[in-house]
Ligand binder design. Structure first.
Ligand code: SF4
Length: 593
């Protein structure tokens, strides 16, 4: 052990269970209650047991607890794999893979920092983290490098934040999910060769796995045309090959949009993109060479300004589409509200596809709401012979559960009368609630419908929409007693701590408005079909129910901040009377009839 820190009993148990079994198992599922200190367990692998450790978190805000706890408990800072496109000194872009560092003077400058200077820089960052309250590491970069850049002088002599942060600790690296899940971004992590990979909030891996690799929108095509025109104007070079490709892509895109409109997750059959894939493939090389010139031109022109590379995006999409068509990549083309996306769909390959390239690494998936071992092996394809499950409990606090069988969120019943019944029940619960009420709807549309009916009453109400800002909602709820209608899996049930100034929860009641099953889109249907095509036909039910149960447990976890707190959970749907649900609800707390 390198360093000793006083751990809680549950943290010690988790570490003991894990470290004792590292020789015999390769994959671990670690279930620990929310708030029990999983961050410190993860950091202990590096700072107490000296393993080369990679930690993957879902969002950039979730990077900060790792940085803060490393500073607080070990007086050091882990390496952070930042988004290069966000912190590069020369280019600010979402197309991060286009930034090449080898010939950059700042790369050489950073690689050659004398050890003493490096130690001083690291110590300064440790002090800054300890002193300032920051919500994500990019703010730290902005503050420190903002000052340096503001002074003017020779830019090429400034240390590169991207490379400095990565090098802060040779044996600990934290990053966000996209660097693990997108093949074009994860080569660095594979080369990093971690001994231990820790996936935080691992119940989210499934959604990350299903996110589109490459996508295009109508706007991207239009902007790509403008980009070609600008390139021709400024350089005098011809962009004829580009116009040809864009007209192919545009006419295909317009025709499928005409056919399907703003549909959600429509699976596009290969016969509907065969011409695009073939014709696109024939001119891909010529287009790729033009795109390289455009990228070079824009990098020079937009130095130190925000820039997007639209033709590069079209090229990347088309390139992947032709691979999919040729059977090189096993993805599916999905049209989702006007966006064409290439996505994975074979969930049973999740484990192999995400972690297969990390040969020799041990994988620890941890969460307060881990799916069951059955689900992880059957649906995510985790090989059971190398897999070990550690369950240290799901929750703190005391729950009283109530099932109401007069309503349902089943699709065929989603009509005005049903929304009215939900609104009425919610209003009744609010009238007797001790604190704010967190209601969880299966979708944004559902939340909107119930919210509209309640907006006429005089209760304090917040309804989650796609762009809801968590901080704003939190500030309002901190000052009053609200009904918050959140969406299962959305921002208000996942990454937010509803905690008051005294450290206790702001929520006394959680209300499940129906069951948060995924919308029965064609894409979801395809995912389910693939799962159930195995020898076990019940798996598609397991897939649906377990996913919903994870979302429900996430929402419920928001209501407890202290061990002895109490919460009433209202299950509003007659389908909760089914044995599968009854068993789980009874395990949660006291069932009130
Ligand atoms: S070394 Fe740093 S500054 Fe240079 S190109 Fe790479 S990320 Fe940008």
């Amino acid at each position: 052990m390198s360093q000793v820190v006083k751990l809680r009993d549950i943290q010690e148990r988790a570490l003991k269970e894990l470290t004792n079994r590292l020789d015999n198992y390769d994959i671990f599922s670690l279930q620990m209650p929310t708030g029990s200190g999983k961050t410190l367990v993860a950091l202990a692998f590096r700072y107490m047991y000296d393993y080369r450790t990679l930690v993957c978190v879902r969002t950039r805000n979730q990077l900060m607890p790792y940085i803060r706890d490393a500073v607080k408990f070990f007086n050091t800072i882990p390496g952070v794999h930042l988004n290069k496109g966000r912190v590069c000194l020369y280019l600010n872009t979402e197309d991060t893979e286009l930034i090449r560092c080898r010939s950059c003077p700042n790369y050489k400058q950073t690689a050659g920092i004398p050890p003493e200077t490096f130690r001083r820089l690291k110590a300064a960052l440790v002090r800054a983290v300890a002193k300032e309250s920051l919500t994500d590491p990019y703010l730290l970069v902005d503050r420190v490098w903002g000052k340096l850049l503001g002074k003017g002088g020779d830019l090429s002599r400034i240390i590169c934040p991207y490379h400095l942060f990565r090098a802060l600790d040779g044996k600990a690296l934290v990053c966000t999910y996209p660097f693990l899940t997108y093949p074009h971004l994860r080569y660095y992590l594979i080369n990093y060769r971690p001994e231990i990979i820790i996936v935080d909030e691992a119940h989210n891996l499934e959604d990350a796995f299903k996110t589109g690799w490459r996508s295009i929108t109508y706007e991207a095509i239009v902007r790509a045309r403008e980009e070609l025109a600008e390139y021709e104007r400024s350089t005098g070079n011809s962009a004829k090959a580009g116009y040809y490709v864009l007209s192919l892509v545009q006419s295909w895109f317009e025709s499928i949009n005409r056919r399907y409109g703003q549909i959600e997750e429509k699976v596009i059959d290969p016969s509907e993109y065969i011409d695009l894939a073939k014709e696109g493939n024939a001119v891909l090389e010529e287009y790729a060479s033009l795109v390289s010139s455009i990228v070079r031109y824009k990098k020079g022109r937009y130095r130190r300004r925000r820039v997007r590379f639209f033709n590069y995006r079209i090229l990347a999409f088309l390139d992947l589409l032709t691979d999919v068509y040729a059977g090189v990549e096993d993805l599916v083309l999905v049209l989702n509200k006007g966006r064409a996306e290439l996505r994975r769909y074979r969930l049973r390959r999740l484990y192999r596809q995400l972690f297969g390239p990390f040969e020799g690494s041990k994988v620890i998936m941890m969460s307060g709401t881990m799916p069951s071992a059955n689900y992880l092996t059957k649906v995510w394809g985790i090989p059971s012979e190398r897999f070990y499950v550690i369950d240290l409990g799901t929750r703190y606090g005391k729950f009283t559960c109530v099932i109401n069988r007069r309503v349902s969120s089943k699709y065929e019943y989603r009509r005005k009368e049903m929304y009215y019944k939900f609104a009425k029940l919610l209003s009744g619960i609010y009238s007797t609630a001790r604190k704010s009420v967190l209601a969880v709807a299966p979708s944004y549309e559902f939340a909107g419908e119930v919210g509209r009916l309640l907006s006429m009453s005089n209760m304090s109400l917040v309804v989650e929409v796609e762009g809801t800002r968590v901080g704003d909602v939190y500030e309002r709820v901190r000052k009053g007693r609200y009904v918050i209608i959140a969406v299962a899996g959305g921002k208000l049930t996942e990454g937010v701590e509803w905690v008051g100034d005294d450290g206790s929860s702001l929520i006394s009641d959680v209300v499940l408005l129906g069951i948060p099953y995924p919308k029965p889109t064609e894409y979801e249907e395809l995912v389910r079909e693939y799962i159930s095509s195995s020898s076990n036909p019940d798996l598609q039910f397991l897939y649906q129910k377990e996913r919903a149960w994870v979302l429900i447990r996430q929402a419920i976890g928001r209501a407890i901040r202290k061990k002895d707190e109490e919460c009433t959970v209202w299950f509003l749907d007659w389908r909760y009377k089914d044995g599968w649900w009854q068993y789980r609800i009874a395990g949660l707390g006291t069932l009130r009839r």
